[in-house]
Design a protein around this ligand. Structure first.
Ligand code: SAM
Length: 250
């Protein structure tokens, strides 16, 4: 059954009225019509099964036939603070991170970012938001991940004051052999963390000063092993390992 996130005000009681480009998608792309069922989500954590009643040029209307808690959300809330990457690489991290179960993305401008200003990043926001929404629908998420405004590295570190376990994968740790492993950090935690912040650098990685600043905010540098992962891979590997270790991939 196809799933669609819609603005909450399209829902009233036990009816939904769909407008905009979704009408074309339902009518002409998916060729759905009266009697077909779809799932409508308003990002509240609930999902509604809807039977299509009428398909018009401007609107599609339907009747809610079932309302249930939306599944598909992990217990562990992971925020990925991702150094902004050039071109499609950042979009890859958004799409795959959404499929994996990341709940929040924060684009970060750090010293070695090739895209060096916030305006350029903000221009991509709408496209990034669409990529997240489509990935959330495709992967049957119960809620779509939040895309925070782009911010400078120091402000991103401030964000960790909200709490949770904060990690900064760093491949240049002076003594990689002794670098803290992700597994040891998770196993040493008194109880499974409810939220985890992961900082991943841009193409050029983080500078030692940035890692030192993160450390001052209680962010733990960790190794993701001896192989150097591309920037868009590292956050996914860390998130997948955390979700696996904490039982969120069952
Ligand atoms: N130059 C490559 C690129 O363009 O993608 C690699 C970029 S750099 C290594 C990207 C980020 O991935 C780093 O800032 C770090 O956060 C993370 N990373 C990659 N491999 C890692 C590893 N083996 N251990 C810890 N962090 C790693």
């Amino acid at each position: 059954m196809h799933r669609f996130f819609v603005p909450p005000d399209w829902l009233e009681e036990d009816r939904v009225t769909i407008a905009g480009s979704l009408v074309h998608q339902i009518q002409n792309v998916l060729r759905l019509g009266p009697g077909d069922h779809i799932v409508i989500l308003d990002n509240s954590g609930w999902e509604r099964e809807v039977e299509i009643a009428r398909v018009g040029k401007e609107h599609v209307s339907g009747q809610v036939v079932d309302k249930r808690l939306a599944s598909g959300e992990p217990r562990t809330k992971i925020t990925l603070y991702q150094g902004v990457l050039k071109g499609r690489r950042f979009e890859f991290a958004l799409q795959k991170g959404t499929e994996l179960g990341i709940v929040e993305f924060v684009p970060v401008i750090s010293d070695r970012c090739i895209i060096a200003n916030l305006d350029d990043v903000d221009k991509k926001r709408e496209r990034w938001q669409r990529i997240i929404l489509e990935a959330a629908e495709q992967s049957r998420r119960g809620k779509f991940p939040r895309l925070r405004p782009a911010m400078l590295f120091r402000l991103a570190c401030e964000g960790t004051r909200r709490g949770g376990l904060s990690l900064i994968p760093w491949e240049e740790a002076p003594d990689m052999e002794k670098a803290t492993s992700l597994r040891s950090v998770l196993q040493q935690a008194e109880q499974p963390p409810f939220s985890v912040n992961i900082f991943v650098g841009p193409e050029g990685g983080f500078t030692p000063d940035e890692v030192e600043l993160a450390r001052q905010y209680g962010v733990i540098p960790i190794s993701l092993g001896p192989r150097i992962l591309r920037a868009e891979t590292a956050g996914l590997v860390a998130a997948a390992a955390i979700l696996y270790e904490l039982g969120d991939l069952e």
